[in-house]
Design a protein around this ligand. Structure first.
Ligand code: SF4
Ligand SMILES: [Zn+2]
Length: 572
């Protein structure tokens, strides 16, 4: 007997609670020395057709929801050169020591591996990631798309649009293909809602499961089937976006990585059409001598200009900043990182700190070899970040403090792969950033939740960070970023307009349409009401929301209508 035979025999015989099933799975995984505990759906894939009907209700349980409720889907663009050349610290790219891989990646990141396997085709990559989520038993109804690799906005527009179209079409086609709609009426028979039932058999057949993942022929066969779907019907980005508004798997956020000189008005407008809601902006340093020395291809003025434009178009911006670059030291790094908040031209919504690492095949590697450059080490990076955290304001979220690339792929630099865990384990960290105050699994005292408004200048406009906070436990329940833009860059954005750049309510993840534990308390609505109130008090009458394509329906319920890429409401 093997693992699957034994567990299937037990499940068939006994009525098990979720807990009991998990315990038996654990025990049997140990007995059969498995690397990981198989998910219920993986077990089901080994059932005979005869056993299937009996096992399905027991094993096809609701997929697990993550805390954020959003499933990230990172899609890699094909290897290409950045138009300005190459930053001295940048790994990967065409002709790198790891072969032709996307610029700035090593070829060993999970997203890059998936990209390579799927010929960097967006449609194939989305299908493959969604298949993975289903096999992991995780909920992927709300998807956040992250477009990675090089400078996407500098690639030909035709390539960009085809890539984004592939993403939306894949989300829609996967939904239509593997979820069957069925009407459900409520007890009083008045209200009909639609249920999406997962078509397990179709899924199993299509992906030839269980299958041997090392079998190239099988892989090619599946790819061929997916591509046949991709090219089945001529469609357009606008059509697929519209379809995605009501699709089972929806794109709730779309993020594009770029650099400041390729994140200006022209690119901003294109990204809006593509359904982008967040820009990952590589500003890397506030110092012009450093930017020039590392051959960044932009200066600090470009950064400020890009931030201003993107913010005035409504985007959320996630800065990438790189301490430890040549011509910096601890003092300069700390000052620069503090300037990100003291200077109103920066003030990031989110930030990723990536200490500079020396990678093979880079110009920096040669400088390091010649003894001309000494990288920052773990201890120095940790102490710098620890000190800087004290200055991070409540409106900013520290997303990461290290790149997600194992240290073995670097030649020198921060030696630890788990800098963040170490930082928290070894120090008393003082940090007021969003991430440190998220409720996660903590209990909220609902009686003590109230709204708080923080107002500040940014990039020539005014920002209002409206938060719902549990003052008893110092927890952030949700927040809204409201902006009075400093310039009016599109016809939708008039002098009497205000922008909602982000609305976020934390909770245990909810399936779309379900009443979530936190959402259910209506804090999203309350935050929006507060924002509308502030707008009216300030004599403005038009609210503009940058919304993920799959969240447009939520705003329709709040009285918003589509105008261009935005959701808009006249306030009276
Ligand atoms: S812009 Fe980004 S991807 Fe391009 S060379 Fe510089 S670091 Fe690498
Ligand atoms: Zn923090």
């Amino acid at each position: 007997m093997d693992f699957h035979e034994e567990i299937i025999a037990i499940v068939k015989k006994k009525k098990l609670s979720e807990k009991e099933l998990a315990k038996i799975k654990r025990e049997l995984s140990l007995k059969y020395k498995l690397d990981k505990i198989p998910t219920n759906i993986e077990i089901l894939l080994h059932a005979t057709p005869k056993d299937l009907e009996q096992l399905k209700p027991k094993l096809l349980t609701k997929p697990v929801r993550t805390i954020s409720g959003v499933a990230p889907v990172a899609i890699m663009t094909k290897p290409d050169r950045c138009p300005h050349g190459k930053c001295t610290f940048c790994v990967g790219g065409i002709g790198s020591p790891w072969g032709d891989v996307p610029q700035s990646y090593t070829g060993h990141e999970p997203a890059t591996i998936r990209g390579m396997r799927n010929n960097y085709d967006a449609y194939l990559q989305v299908f493959s990631r969604l298949e993975q989520y289903i096999l992991l038993g995780q909920n992927c109804e709300k998807v956040e798309i992250i477009v990675m690799g090089g400078t996407f906005t500098a690639t030909p527009l035709e390539y960009q649009n085809e890539f984004i179209l592939g993403i939306f079409k894949a989300l829609n086609d996967f939904s239509t293909m593997f979820y069957n709609k069925s009407k459900k009426s409520t007890s009083n028979g008045k209200f009909n809602s639609t249920l999406n039932i997962f078509d397990y058999l179709k899924f199993k057949k299509f992906f030839e499961l269980p299958g041997d993942i090392t079998n190239k022929e099988r892989e090619e066969r599946i790819k061929k089937k997916i591509l046949a779907l991709k090219f089945k019907k001529i469609t357009s980005l606008e059509k697929e976006q519209k379809k995605n508004e009501n699709s089972h798997i929806r794109c709730v956020a779309l993020c594009i990585e770029t650099k400041p000189d390729w994140g200006l008005l022209e690119q901003g407008n294109i990204m809006l059409d593509q359904g982008c809601t967040r820009v990952e902006l590589g500003i890397e340093s506030v110092y012009d001598d450093v930017l020039k020395y590392v051959h960044r291809g932009h200066n600090s003025n470009d950064s400020k200009k890009s931030i201003q434009i993107l913010r005035d178009l409504g985007f959320k911006i996630n800065f990438h900043y790189m301490p430890g670059l040549p011509l910096t030291d601890r003092k300069r790094d700390l000052e620069g990182m503090k300037q990100l908040f003291s200077d109103e031209n920066y003030r990031p919504d989110m930030i990723k700190i990536y200490p500079c690492m020396v990678g093979p095949g880079t110009a920096l590697y040669l400088q390091w070899k010649k003894g001309l450059f000494k990288p920052i080490n773990s201890k120095e990076a940790m102490s710098l970040i620890l000190e800087w955290k004290k200055y991070v304001p409540e409106y900013c979220r520290i997303q990461r403090i290290q790149r997600d690339v194992p240290t073995k792929f670097w030649e020198a630099g921060v030696e630890m792969t788990n800098l963040r865990q170490e930082l928290f384990a070894k120090n008393k960290v003082v940090c007021r950033c969003i991430r440190c105050r998220e409720p996660k699994t903590e209990k909220i005292n609902w009686k003590k939740v109230s709204l708080k408004v923080q107002e500040f200048k940014s990039s020539g406009g005014r920002e209002y960070f409206i938060s719902a906070e549990d003052s008893d436990n110092d927890l952030l329940i949700g927040f809204c970023r409201l902006r009075f833009p400093g310039q009016f860059l599109r016809r939708e954005i008039t002098p009497s307009s205000a922008l909602i750049r982000e609305l976020h309510v934390y909770g245990t993840a909810t399936a779309i349409g379900d009443a979530g534990k936190v959402q259910h308390k209506g804090w999203g609505r309350k935050l929006m009401q507060k924002a509308e109130e502030i707008v009216k008090i300030n004599g403005r009458n038009k609210m503009i929301v940058i919304s993920g394509v799959g969240v447009r329906g939520y705003y329709v319920k709040l009285g918003y209508k589509r105008e261009g890429p935005y959701m808009v409401k006249k306030l009276i």
